[in-house]
Design a protein around this ligand. Structure first.
Ligand code: ARG
Length: 460
């Protein structure tokens, strides 16, 4: 049998393999709510413009509501031979209300329909991700408040660099999440134009009102060029690229949690609820959730790459290639959403080992910069000379197997005769972090102020 939705000139139905490669219902059924919402707006516009009668429009809208109810209740049978969500909905509508269902597709095409559905879907997804990112920010701000003065080693090259506060480290991720939200908001703003009414590619001869359908669907305006409307997938690419950057941020925090929770570091302790055991090694507590967040970044970046390659070199306007825009995007955005939830859960529940962090911060000559700064400030040495003298003191301490503050005054004076007792006051990690009061610095006072500022920003 030829396809009843478009099979007028076809003698036979498709090959089984043709049907398999062509059908998208397996994944685009996700659009059912957006598809029906778009169709209702279209039907309302068709009657307001006098293109169809109000009796027909009423039947169509009531029928669409019935289809929606069936799908929501799980009573709908999706059919692969009907290819996609658009034709599944329309075919069921025809079963319910008869031939009048055929009037719904006046002055539109599946090409503008799918672009509209996907934009509505992406818009909803962005709103959801934005709420999740805000939840993550709030969890991090709360940790920053609790740990504004908790000292940990700050690293460069993953080598102990200078002491920082754990609160400051948490707030670094709040900044990243804010930029992620900004990128998603930016993508949302740009996507919010309605393609509905572009029809197959050229527009339509019917006197449609695109402003009306745009407004009914919460778009700011209709798109301006019908060819662009049906061939544009920038909104997916932009969202995936914001998602890829966001997932990359999450992978960094995930990696830090993995490192911090190894016995070698022992900085944080994840609860039973966010770890797993080993089937063979009873002592193990594995940070699987963090590892999976770290790994899922691959899917998100992969989806972006895949769609860029699908779109590359496509001539205008719609090509069936573009049906390949959905699966990877759904998978990636689902993965990001799950990762955000898992990360928020871990941040909320991880216990900080203040003692281990502080001990590690004091090791590795982390206050060497404070010592060099003291030599500049107190003895008036040029910074380069102070750097050199401090290097010699570090070498001395290293040789002796002690930290800088365990060198005696005589030992220090062998390197720089001007050094006095007062130097010991800058060698402690507390003094070091408390002194970092420059704007954006790690001092506990700064962290408290920054956390407060974020609470204001986040409306909490
Ligand atoms: N299932 C199609 C897609 O996802 C809908 C658009 C089909 N248009 C067409 N002319 N075959 O892209």
């Amino acid at each position: 049998m030829s396809n009843k939705m478009w099979g007028g000139r076809f003698g036979t139905g498709p090959d089984r393999i043709m049907e398999e490669i062509n059908a998208s219902i397996g994944f685009d059924k996700r659009f059912f709510a957006q598809d029906i919402r778009g169709s209702k707006a279209h039907a309302a516009m068709l009657t307001e413009t006098g293109i169809i009668s109000s009796e027909d429009a009423d039947k169509i809208v009531a029928g669409l509501d019935a289809v929606l109810a069936e799908i929501e209740a799980g009573n709908f049978s999706f059919k692969r031979e009907l290819e996609d969500i658009h034709m599944n909905v329309e075919a069921r509508l025809a079963e319910l209300i008869g031939a009048v269902a055929g009037r719904l597709h006046t002055a539109r095409s599946r090409n503008d329909q799918v672009a509209t559905d996907f934009k509505l879907y992406i818009r909803d997804t962005i709103d959801h991700l934005d709420r999740q990112l805000r939840d993550l920010q709030l969890a991090l701000v709360a940790k920053a408040e609790t740990h504004a003065a908790t000292i940990m080693p700050g690293f460069t090259h993953l080598q102990t660099a200078q002491p920082v506060t754990f609160g400051h480290h948490c707030l670094a991720y709040v900044e990243m999440a804010a930029r992620d939200r900004g990128r998603l908001a930016d993508a949302r703003r740009r996507l919010n134009e309605s393609p509905l009414g572009a029809a197959a590619l050229a527009g339509t001869s019917f006197p449609i009102d695109r402003e009306k359908t745009a407004a009914a669907l919460g778009f700011d305006a209709p798109t301006r060029n019908s060819l662009d409307s049906v061939s544009d997938r920038d909104f997916v690419l932009e969202t995936l690229s914001a998602a890829a950057i966001c997932a990359t941020h999450l992978s960094r925090l995930a990696e830090e949690i993995v490192i911090w929770s190894t016995p070698g570091f022992d900085f944080v302790h994840l609860p039973d609820s966010f770890t797993t055991g080993s089937s063979i090694m009873p002592q193990k507590r594995n940070p699987d959730a963090a590892e999976l967040v770290r790994a899922k970044t691959g899917r998100v970046v992969g989806a972006l790459t895949a769609l860029l390659i699908v779109m590359k070199g496509l001539p205008l306007a719609y090509s069936k290639d573009m049906q390949e825009d959905k699966e990877a995007a759904f998978d990636a955005l689902d993965a990001l959403s799950l990762s955000l939830a898992a990360m928020t859960g871990m941040v909320e529940t991880l216990a900080v080992n203040d003692k281990a962090m502080r001990e590690a911060a004091a090791r590795g000559f982390s206050t060497a910069t404070d010592l060099a700064d003291w030599l500049v400030r107190t003895l008036g040495l040029p910074f380069r000379e102070a750097h050199h003298a401090t290097g010699a003191l570090v070498a001395k301490a290293e040789k002796k197997g002690v930290d800088l503050d365990k060198l005696t005054l005589e030992e220090m004076r062998e390197v720089e005769p001007g050094i006095t007792d007062e130097v010991y006051s800058v060698l402690g990690v507390d003094n070091s972090v408390a002194s970092r009061v420059s704007f954006g610095g790690t001092a506990p006072a700064n962290v408290r102020a920054a956390a407060k500022w974020w609470r204001g920003e986040l409306g909490q």
